[in-house]
Design a protein around this ligand. Structure first.
Ligand SMILES: Cc1ncc(COP(=O)(O)O)c(C=O)c1O
Length: 380
């Protein structure tokens, strides 16, 4: 007998992931660029063997993501952190292929150690600087690295008389869920402020960061492909990188939950679920956004979907259903693979969702279930 699937659970579809990867590989091949997975958005490493068939590696936000990429995917490991702890530098040099710095002070602090490393000397490790083109295009201030006073990236004025020997990559990341036009206007700002560096002999690689909604049906992929080839030729670049997270995993996963209780307050009918917005889908509260619920309908009986924690605001929103909900019903949230599984907590000791892979042959594999011991181990 096959084991019943647990609730709650994240379920990631391999077929849907492959569909995104095929689109990305096409951009990579025809745009003559390299594309890596931004693990901060999606790090279900059980899928890395599949991802590595299509992409060039991973980008990492520090030592732990770099280790995960190195162990589970291999290929390129592009590490960038807003600030590195000194003790992480030796191992980062051992396993990264690119190590990008957010400030000249950090580059200056670690430069002598890095350029003496055998992997740097052999050309297997290259170093870069994150630049800040001060060109905001996004709608959400929380996700705008170009906002006034931002800590992310070096502004052009700071690079005026800087010694960039040892640096071969410029890296910018300014977008979030955006299309090609915003990348193009950002690149105009980059060329205006940093074009002289791109034309210099020392800068041979450019990293265009993430935030590109590359796998959305209306993304101008043909425009991007032409743009990538032009940029590469204009600056005689050896490599041009894109590091999408969301675009890899968008529309690949669901979060399946169960109704634990139905209560009422005045006119509000409330269904309390076994998942938490703050614990298991924090962007619903942070961004904020309203996830789609597969069982909901446009019209019908409306319920506030609430969560089993003590946080009063831990509610997902009001949804209509075609028939009255009852205890034990399944409620499925769509698009719950990226920036969800990587951000969860065990707040209130709520049962952490299991992780299930929905394979292309129809088999559903439980890759991880979480126990009381996992909860306890995080706290001491
Ligand atoms: C430096 C960097 N690269 C890549 C990404 C991935 O962005 P996205 O998942 O929106 O494509 C991020 C996201 O914050 C980032 O900060």
């Amino acid at each position: 007998m096959t084991k019943a699937l647990p609730s709650p659970r994240y379920e990631v579809s391999v077929a849907k992931l492959r569909r995104n990867l095929e689109l990305l590989a096409d951009i990579r091949d025809r745009g003559q660029c390299q594309i890596v997975l931004a693990q901060k958005g999606f790090s279900l490493w059980h899928t890395y063997p599949i991802i590595s068939d299509y992409l060039d590696g991973c980008c990492a936000s520090g030592l732990w993501e770099a280790r995960l990429a190195h162990e589970e995917m291999g290929k390129h490991v592009l590490t960038y952190s807003p600030a590195y702890a000194a003790e992480t530098i030796p191992e980062l040099c051992d396993i990264s292929t690119h190590l990008d710095f957010n400030s000249l002070s950090q580059w200056d602090a670690f430069k002598s150690q890095i350029i003496a490393h055998p992997r740097y000397l052999s050309g297997d490790l290259r170093c870069g600087l994150r630049i800040n083109p001060e060109h905001s295009t996004g709608a959400t201030p929380l996700y705008d690295p170009c906002s006034s006073g931002s800590r992310l990236g070096i502004t052009a004025d700071q690079l005026e008389n800087a010694d960039l020997s040892g640096i071969s990559t410029l890296h910018f990341h300014t977008l979030c869920e955006q299309g090609f036009d915003d990348l193009s206007s950002t690149m105009d700002a980059v060329e205006e402020k940093f074009g002289h560096l791109l034309r210099s002999d020392t800068i041979t690689e450019l990293n265009l960061g993430g935030g590109h909604w590359l796998t959305k049906p209306d993304y101008n992929r043909e425009g991007l492909i032409v743009f990538l080839k032009e940029i590469r030729e204009r600056y005689s670049l050896e490599a041009l990188w894109l590091e999408p997270g969301e675009a890899v995993a968008i529309h690949t996963g669901i979060l399946v939950s169960t109704v634990l209780d139905i209560v009422r307050n005045g006119d509000t009918e409330i269904a309390i679920l076994d998942v938490s917005a703050t614990g298991h889908m924090p962007d619903v509260l942070e961004m904020p956004y309203r996830p789609d619920v597969l069982e909901s309908s446009e019209k019908g009986l409306t319920y506030q979907l609430g969560c089993p924690t003590c946080l009063a605001g831990d509610v997902i929103g009001k949804y209509a259903f075609p028939r009255p909900l009852k205890i034990g019903d399944t409620i499925t949230f769509d698009d719950m693979a990226h920036y969800t599984m990587v951000k969860t907590t065990t707040f209130n000791g709520v049962q952490h969702p299991a992780i299930v892979l929905d394979h292309e042959d129809g088999k559903k594999e439980i890759v991880r279930e979480f126990t009381y011991e996992d909860f306890k181990a995080r706290l001491g």
